[in-house]
Design a protein around this ligand. Structure first.
Ligand code: GBH
Length: 478
């Protein structure tokens, strides 16, 4: 057999296209491109949210959140299902940490229930509520898993008057954030302020599909959005003022991701323009410290009322940006006034059981690239990515979710491309560790890589968990 010489090796290298900056590994004979490998310090984990997994809704002094009220209102959720019990992680958290440990996860993104810690949203903290989170964090740490904590994942304390319509709510959030930073920053080194602005503003106050289920007009909705991003900014400041030095702060945002229809200059630039404009009330405002003209002109008299100092607060510098990535919008450059068109999706575009979850794995590459190109954050985490699937437990007890596996594998291939090209993507949190309470869809949509029998609460790893474990072990798409 021909032994590869050094000359042959460099010839092979030279023959590779420009992406030859990829890391290489020697298999003892010849250098081969590690085309599926992630950077050595890449962090792998799973994500969950408090109301979706904890249950114990009335235990140990927890106050109600808007999701308790909403889910108990007839007609609001699938079959009237609530998060009263969910996965009962309040009691079964040690088992959940074992699942993470078994995967080889090094990080875990979890959220805190604000009304467990402050039953009324403000005022007197509830020690028993905080103790629960201390127990979870201890358990994670003992198993070598670093907690990444989201302060607000939609479960707003029900007692806060007028919810996000009130400018007092961002202030209450800042107090809560400061308190958590004081209490937990010796153990927790990464905080996310809020999760997905559009969900707790537009979907909750405009569309009415999420708690509190209101359908307000444009001016009021824009004000709610403003209070949402203001809460984020005030939260960042409160964490910095109260946490141990070195504590890292960011947010988790489902920015709308625009994918250029063809990877050519004009379309790539169109996607960047669409990204800025399509996220104007949220991520663009947070990372630029302004409402761009495209947004202000569109909203006219309904534009948000901004007080002096708000935009500076909103754009407080971040240590990282977290992106929740699910589904793409396709953009092409043209000579319309905007310079681009977001293409309607053909009826045959494939989607998962959640009708909104269209499958376009390149979305994750463009999420990272567009955000990096426009705003150059220091670090990016994929704070959520995953899918629902119609999981069936086989007669042998196995759940062969090959469709979820296909979804995940293809997304990771595209994320690997972003890392290999040098974009600062530092970690990946798969949504989700467990099947859980999927908000207005109740328990009808399963997103977990562990199957949960909602009668017995028994957890069973799906095929996708086995695959994720192999991927983590190899630090490479398996
Ligand atoms: C994330 O949102 C959430 O952070 C997480 O809690 C959730 O469980 C997970 O995704 C899976 O859904 O019914 O057509 O009005 C993802 C973004 C925004 C997607 C709201 C679903 C409702 C679409 N989500 N959207 S529709």
């Amino acid at each position: 057999m021909l032994k590869p010489t050094r000359r042959l090796f460099s010839k092979n290298l030279a023959a590779l296209p420009a992406a030859a900056a990829l890391p290489f590994v020697s298999n003892g004979q010849m250098a081969v491109p590690r085309a599926r490998s992630f950077p050595a310090d890449f962090r792998w984990g799973c994500a969950t949210a408090a109301y979706q997994i904890e249950g114990a809704a009335n235990e140990d002094g927890r106050g109600p959140s808007v999701w308790d009220t909403f889910s108990h209102t007839p007609g609001k959720t699938f079959h009237g299902e609530t998060g009263d019990v969910a996965d009962d992680s309040y009691h079964l958290y040690k088992e959940d940490v074992r699942l993470l440990k078994n995967l080889g996860a090094t990080v875990y993104r979890m959220s805190l229930s604000w009304s467990r810690v402050f039953p009324d949203g403000i005022g007197k903290p509830n020690a028993k509520g905080l103790d629960y989170y201390k127990r979870v964090i201890d358990e994670l740490k003992q198993n070598g898993i670093e907690p990444y904590v989201t302060l607000f994942h939609w479960d707003l304390p029900a007692s806060l008057p007028h919810g996000w319509q009130s400018r007092e709510t961002p202030k209450a959030f800042a107090e809560y954030a400061g308190y958590i930073a004081r209490e937990l920053s010796d153990q927790v080194h990464h905080f996310f302020t809020t999760n997905e602005f559009v969900c707790f503003t537009d979907l909750s106050y405009k569309v009415g599909q999420f708690a509190p289920g209101l359908k307000l007009g444009a001016a009021e909705v824009n004000q709610v959005r403003h209070h949402g991003i203001l809460a984020h900014g005030m939260g960042v400041q409160a964490i910095r003022a109260n946490a141990r030095p070195g504590t890292q702060v960011g947010l988790a945002e489902n920015a709308t991701v625009f994918v250029p229809v063809i990877e050519e200059k004009a379309h790539v630039e169109a996607a960047l323009k669409a990204t800025r404009e399509g996220n104007a009330p949220f991520l663009t405002a947070v990372l630029e410290g302004q409402y761009i003209d495209a947004y202000l002109n569109k909203e006219g008299v309904n534009a948000p009322k901004v007080e002096a100092g708000d935009m500076k607060m909103i754009s407080s510098p971040l240590d990282f940006v977290g992106l929740n990535v699910y589904t793409p919008e396709y953009v092409r450059a043209d000579d319309s006034a905007a310079g681009y068109t977001v293409l309607p999706r053909p009826a045959s575009f494939p989607h998962m059981p959640s009708p909104w979850l269209f499958v376009g794995p390149e979305v994750i590459y463009w999420a990272v690239r567009n955000v990096s190109t426009l705003w150059k954050p220091k670090e990016i985490f994929i704070t959520e990515n995953g899918c629902s699937a119609d999981d069936v437990v086989g007669t042998d007890g196995r759940i062969n979710d090959t469709d979820r596996l296909m979804y995940l594998r293809n997304h990771l291939m595209h994320l690997q491309r972003a890392a290999a090209e040098g974009y600062p993507v530092k970690g990946y949190f798969l949504w989700s560790l467990l099947d859980n309470y999927e908000w207005a869809d109740g328990y009808s949509k399963r997103f977990g890589i562990h199957y949960v029998d909602f009668q017995t609460l028994k957890r069973t790893p799906k095929l996708s968990a086995e695959w994720y474990k192999a991927t983590i072990a190899a630090n490479s798409v398996a």
